[in-house]
Design a protein around this ligand. Structure first.
Ligand code: NDP
Length: 453
């Protein structure tokens, strides 16, 4: 019996009420997959789409911890093990007050296809908590991480599920989480990535997502006979992905004029050069301060308070050649997308996961803006996590140069594959369809091979 994609989407909406982010992610992928269904009738018979929207496992748990005032706090922990058709579950942990089941499922769903694009053997997962590390002492963060891992440890392992970082989970949190995992299991294994280089981490893992975004974008430009030299770029966020996106853009001769956090954004018309970036890294990674302090240090810059990016984000109203959203989902809403287009933006490459709303993506494509979708462009982080797993398995660390070379190779391959699949199944230059289709086909075919599990 033929079941249309629209009917499957309708059923997915019905079964997952109040999960708008998850539905948005599924809709975007299914719109691309619609274009290949005639070529793969088996997918209907084996109910691939219906199975893919159902996580293999969802773990939800209580995380009690005691704050510095000796008050008991209760948070909610999640691990969504979405799909293990092509390898052990792999995906980051996010600590942010907005975390809920919808966000976890959208991220796990996206991760499945992103991991497939890397060509490594990695399934898809995501996890986290509504815990907010902002304003917490190191000891509070440690107590939270230990309590979180006291439940999570029984569900993960180097051949089962390998978490890493995401928003709110950086080197400090990974350290506390890994320490507790090791203690509970009495085992030093590669069950987490993003570790410190002294204790099993890979060189270049912190840089990998941001560098990878720029490698992907550079390849798009190369294809058009363009370069970054002298080009003006808008970058949002000021965390891990944003910082190393700016570092690589600077290296390639671009001028980055914006950065942001959840309080507001800065505009520096002279460009955020290496010295200013060093200040931002120190501010965000060690002093855990706010981006507004940039203006105190560099008074010629502008600071605009803007705590709700999902409403309207004036950062995207500055004139530039290229834009790199690197903060959070749906930070480019329809009005922002229109502002970018009206100001003549030529390329948007997504560092964050699903940072562009559906209407924004449609508008970019309609207006011929080059568009690098997140699941392809930001796959460099998980790719180097995969390389970290390989290094852990052999207990032999690779040099920084070797990891960088592999990262560049992987990002180039993802770019070329997106382009090739777009041309074969959709339309030339449609990176969104190309990435969705290339990522999807490998997972779908593996699911058929492994029977109904
Ligand atoms: P970080 O926590 O290091 O940084 C996140 C940045 O985005 C911070 O500047 C933060 O502001 C800002 N931000 C977060 N939430 C919001 C919000 N609701 N509104 C406005 N600003 C916000 O996270 P990462 O850099 O690691 O992650 C950024 C994005 O990249 C996410 O979408 C993540 O899923 C994606 N990603 C990350 C990868 C990685 O390797 N880290 C890999 C692939 C994708 P503030 O400082 O105020 O919190």
């Amino acid at each position: 019996m033929f079941v249309s994609i629209e009917a499957i989407l309708e059923e997915t909406r019905r079964k997952n009420p109040k999960q708008p982010e998850f539905i948005q992610a599924v809709t975007e992928v299914f719109r691309s997959i619609e274009k290949v269904m005639d070529s793969f009738p088996d997918f209907i018979y084996h109910k691939i789409l219906e199975r893919m929207v159902e996580p293999e496992r969802v773990i939800m748990f209580r995380v009690p911890w005691v704050d510095d005032n000796e008050q008991l706090q209760i948070n909610r922990g999640f691990r969504v093990e979405m799909n293990s058709a092509i390898g052990p579950y792999k995906g980051g942990l996010r600590f942010h007050p907005s975390v809920n089941l919808s966000i976890m499922k959208f991220l796990g769903f996206e991760q499945t296809f992103k991991n497939s694009l890397t060509s490594l053997s990695l399934g898809g997962a995501k996890g986290g908590s509504d815990f907010d590390p902002k304003g917490k002492s190191d000891l509070e963060v440690m107590r939270f991480c230990q309590s979180f891992m006291s439940e999570l440890y029984r569900h993960i392992g180097e051949n089962t599920d390998v978490p890493a970082g995401d928003i709110g989970v950086g080197g400090r949190e990974i350290g506390y989480l890994f320490g507790q995992y090791k203690r509970l299991r009495n085992q030093f294994s590669g069950a987490m990535t993003g570790k410190g280089t002294n204790w099993g981490g890979s060189f270049l893992r912190p840089e990998a997502t941001g560098y990878g975004v720029v490698y992907y974008a550079a390849r798009i430009l190369e294809n058009k006979g363009e370069t970054f030299d002298g080009k003006t770029c808008l970058v949002s966020g000021s965390g891990n992905v944003a910082q190393y996106t700016v570092e690589k853009l600077n290296e390639l001769g671009a001028r980055v004029v914006t950065l942001s956090d959840s309080s507001g954004y800065i505009f520096d018309p002279e460009g955020i050069d290496a010295e200013k970036l060093k200040f931002v890294m120190e501010l965000k990674n060690f002093r855990r301060g706010r981006i507004g302090e940039y203006k105190e240090k560099y008074p010629h810059a502008e600071y605009h308070h803007n705590p709700d990016v999902t409403n309207f984000n004036p950062l995207w109203n500055h004139k530039a050649d290229y834009a790199f959203p690197c903060a959070t989902e749906n930070e480019i809403n329809p009005k922002d997308a229109k502002n970018l287009v009206d100001n003549g933006i030529k390329m948007v490459v997504e560092g964050a996961n699903m940072p562009t709303c559906e209407e924004g993506v449609d508008l970019f494509q309609e207006k011929g803006v080059l568009f690098g979708p997140a699941k392809a462009a930001n796959a460099g982080g998980v790719a180097v996590s995969g390389l970290e797993m390989a290094q852990n398995g052999s207990r032999i660390p690779w040099s920084r140069e070797k990891v960088d070379k592999e990262l560049l190779k992987i990002m180039t391959r993802i770019h070329d594959m997106s382009l090739e699949y777009a041309e074969r199944y959709s339309e030339p230059g449609n990176y969104l369809d190309g990435a969705n289709i290339a990522g999807f086909l490998k997972v779908a075919q593996s699911m058929i091979d492994q029977g109904y599990v």
